[in-house]
Design a binder for this molecule. Structure first.
Ligand SMILES: Cc1ncc(C[n+]2csc(CCOP(=O)(O)OP(=O)(O)O)c2C)c(N)n1
Length: 295
């Protein structure tokens, strides 16, 4: 992969690791859900999205935000409740709004809203789309099915990206999901693409024509990434057995890439780590945010 993709991937990785440390040190209130292991999903999608597109993220959204805006200091300030945060510290880790980017910690809530945004684009004659990230657990929420039904009936340019990390908080997917995600998309007549690849170029080559169909024909799409969460659900709450955790780590893009391209990896890792450390020092020294200032 090129240096800019790798730098972004490692920036997200170090950002998330820094957050876990900051929580441990008691320097952040509330909660957080890191995307360790899943960084490559939004980075793969990054060049396939335009400024006209809406992105709806979820509780595990730092990677989604950073792949869209590449502004770790603004996100960190938001999460640490410091001045210069994306939403003046009101949104915190899970509830962000910047331009056409929204995130919500309420599982499933984003899908009907994304259908509305997709329809507004269609009616405006735009070639934009609405892309919503959800997890496999959230694919069981009722609002998801109302949204899929509306999207197909009304030909809304909606792309739902399911990050199937095979666990929802503490519940393995095979304990909460009957049938399959592809089968559920098919039930609504919605196109589906599944991938287990972590190769950015291969993912982009597959998805580019599919997203073009969403844009050009208003055909909704469900994309399922077979992925891994290598960190805890939020902080220190991983209930998986050691062997399951090891299996997840064995599938981590990070390990594989470091092994295959040690020199490129070492340089990018040092640079991303330095940038995140500098952001932590700089943002941590800022004034507390003033939530009375509108964002
Ligand atoms: C409506 C709603 N119900 C429950 C929760 C609590 N909750 C937060 S994350 C989560 C699990 C989500 O699992 P999944 O969709 O698979 O995403 P993952 O955490 O694996 O990325 C739950 C139940 C919530 N935030 N919103």
């Amino acid at each position: 992969m090129d240096d800019s993709d790798l730098h972004l991937l490692l920036t997200i990785r170090h950002f998330e690791l820094a957050l876990l440390r900051l929580f441990e040190q008691g320097r952040i209130d509330g909660t957080t859900h890191t995307c360790l292991g899943q960084e490559y999903v939004p980075v793969a999608l990054r060049p396939l999205l335009t400024d006209d597109d809406y992105v709806f993220s979820n509780h595990r959204g730092h990677g989604h935000y950073l792949a869209r805006f590449e502004d770790p200091a603004a996100l960190l300030a938001e999460i640490m409740g410091r001045s210069g945060g994306v939403c003046q510290g009101v949104g915190g880790s899970q509830h962000l709004h910047q331009g056409r980017y929204f995130s919500s910690g309420v599982q499933g809530e984003s899908l009907p809203v994304a259908v509305g945004a997709a329809l507004s684009l269609k009616h405006a004659g735009s070639s934009g789309l609405a892309l919503a990230y959800i997890g496999d657990g959230t694919f069981g929420e009722g609002a998801v099915y109302e949204a899929l039904n509306m999207a197909r009936l009304w030909d809304a340019p909606l792309a739902v990206v399911v990050e199937n990390n095979h666990i929802a908080q503490t519940t393995p997917t095979d304990r909460h999901l009957a049938g399959s995600i592809s089968g559920r998309a098919a039930a609504f007549g919605i196109a589906y693409h599944g991938t287990g690849s972590q190769d950015l170029s291969a993912i982009r080559a597959d998805l580019e024509p599919l997203l073009r169909r969403v844009r050009d024909h208003g055909e909704p799409l469900v994309v399922e990434f077979d992925t891994v969460r290598v960190g805890p659900h939020s902080k220190g709450d991983d209930t998986r057995e050691p062997a399951q955790l090891q299996a997840a780590r064995d599938r981590d893009w990070h390990t594989a890439y470091e092994r295959s391209y040690p020199d490129q990896f070492a340089a990018a890792d040092a640079s991303a780590r330095g940038a995140v450390d500098a952001a932590v020092a700089e943002v941590g020294a800022r004034e507390p945010s003033d939530w009375r200032v509108a964002c």
